[in-house]
Design a binder for this molecule. Sequence first.
Ligand code: 8X3
Length: 256
Amino acid sequence: MELKGKTVLVTGATAGIGRETAKMFAEKGCNLILTGRRENRLAELKSELENAGRIKVSIHSFDISDRAACEKFVSGIPAEFRNIDILVNNAGVGRGMDKLHEGNLDDWEEMIDTNVKGLLYITRMIVPGMVKQNSGHIINVGSIAGQEVYPGGNIYCASKHAVHAISQALRMELVDTPLRVTEIAPGMVETEFSVVRFHGDRERADNVYKGLDPLTGADIADLIVFAASRPPHVQINEVIVMPTAQATATIAHRKN
Ligand code: 8X3
């Protein structure tokens, strides 16, 4: 499917997978609606992308876990961006690796509010427009943590299992429309993810990827753009992707 001229909404575009996805769709000539919490990063990305190509970028900084802020964002999307062709539900967060019975409730709420409720708010507000225009593609960034569970992953895994369930339900419910639903479920991707998960402990974050070649945000963006560019009759339901040195959520091969 030709991507040039399409309008793509990417949530969590200030870093990692979201940022690389925005860049890759921009290279294909798509106009972008980008959201994230850090306004200066969005502004920098907008000028970088607009200067590089003949595309338009609309930026919106707010917290996706805030329902009223999501409503305000959606009602404030400029008219020329209103026909959204592709929604990339990327915004997500991992917080803490405590055992459940020792867990931090603030961490839990942040994960559930962002990964589940934030994704639901945006999906509920954007998909009706896609149904009305009779076209659209929803691409959810899940995780191997949505397919498997590991110790310390408890609530993060639960939130990503929810993304998996929501993606499947949406696909079933939209089967009588031309809309497509794709879930991309990555294993280890080196982004700010682990630094955030360990509350800024960079050494602990670096250890997650030590001794192996992790995936990059660009590797995932590549798959998102691939799924979006398939012909209209081809729906990529799910992609599980890991570094070659990772086999499951808990089995990885590290040198030294
Ligand atoms: C992050 C991947 O393996 O840390 O979504 O859960 S993992």
